[in-house]
Design a protein around this ligand. Structure first.
Ligand SMILES: NC(=O)C1=CN([C@@H]2O[C@H](COP(=O)(O)OP(=O)(O)OC[C@H]3O[C@@H](n4cnc5c(N)ncnc54)[C@H](O)[C@@H]3O)[C@@H](O)[C@H]2O)C=CC1
Ligand SMILES: CCCCCC(=O)/C=C/C=C\C/C=C\C/C=C\CCCC(=O)O
Length: 242
């Protein structure tokens, strides 16, 4: 299988898009560390995945991406258990225009913290073996959304950070491939709660609903089907292409 022998870390991976990414990675041979704050769902997911894929393929690690110490500890545990980290997916994210500072800390700063920790481990210039980073942004990182200026800013930030880090990686020779993923609407818990988290922009609820109807909403199954080939293309490149 394409990802045999590779180890992946996925943040915010107990459910939704993160869980879908975990399943694709496992189906293609990788070992996966599932980082999330929801311990109950995380442990339950590992139990199910172990039945499907066999023992020692997936482990749950409690980690709030707002905490650099928890991220560091989770990376360290993954390295001790699986022997290294080849793939990092910074997926953890929230949609909340009320507690907007937290939206920035999780969506943007969590992605930056994860990327910098992966750099410490993967950087070929400092003895690492290279690797792949995938940052989950959004279509909201490409254009303006009147209902959620802060969420939109975080996703623009993730794209800008990813593009700049990619340029730094190429220029310096880190041996790290980094990409941003920009999904449209996907039927997850985050999607279901959008209208209740608009805060001072709740007057935009109607326009938001119109946009959702115009663009449509992918089921998680359709999203997974569409993502599989793309994810393999990004994660399977040989080191010559990095
Ligand atoms: N669902 C959608 O329509 C879209 C979602 N996205 C992005 O995809 C990513 C995943 O979103 P969904 O799966 O929809 O969300 P979700 O709410 O269904 O799942 C998010 C997961 O992240 C975890 N999480 C939240 N805060 C965390 C933190 N501080 N540290 C660690 N884990 C944390 C949650 O416990 C949960 O398991 C987010 O970055 C989101 O912005 C992008 C485009 C569209
Ligand atoms: C409304 C809250 C969204 C939360 C979940 C999420 O991230 C979903 C985003 C889906 C779509 C965003 C839609 C439009 C963004 C604006 C412009 C995109 C322009 C694309 C282009 O090709 O020009």
């Amino acid at each position: 299988m394409a990802l045999n022998g590779k180890t992946a870390v996925v943040t915010g991976a107990a459910m939704g898009i993160g869980k879908a990414i975990v399943e694709i990675l496992l189906q293609n041979g990788a070992k996966v560390a599932i980082l999330d704050m929801n311990e109950t769902i995380g442990h339950c997911l590992v139990e199910t995945l172990t039945k499907e894929h066999g023992p020692d393929r997936a482990m749950f690690l409690f980690c709030d991406v707002e905490s650099e110490d928890e991220l560091k500890a989770a990376f360290q545990k993954t390295i001790e258990t699986f022997g290294g980290i080849d793939i990092l997916c910074n997926n953890a994210g929230v949609f909340n225009e009320v507690t907007w500072e937290k939206t920035i800390t999780i969506n943007l700063m969590g992605t930056i913290k994860g990327t910098y920790l992966a750099l410490e481990h993967m950087n070929k210039l400092t003895g690492g073996r290279g690797g792949v980073i995938i940052n989950v942004a959004s279509m909201a990182g490409i254009g303006p959304l009147s209902c959620c200026p802060v969420y939109t800013a975080t996703k623009h930030g993730v794209i800008g950070f990813t593009r700049s880090f990619a340029a730094a990686s190429v220029a310096s020779g880190y041996g790290i491939r980094i990409n941003a993923l920009c999904p449209g609407f996907v039927q997850t818990d985050l999607f279901s709660a959008i209208q209740s988290k608009l805060g001072q922009f709740s007057a935009m609820a109607g326009a938001t609903q119109e946009l959702i109807e115009k663009l449509g909403v992918l089921t998680i199954q359709d999203f997974t089907a569409g993502l599989t080939a793309l994810l393999l293309k990004v994660t399977c490149l040989t080191e010559n292409h990095l």
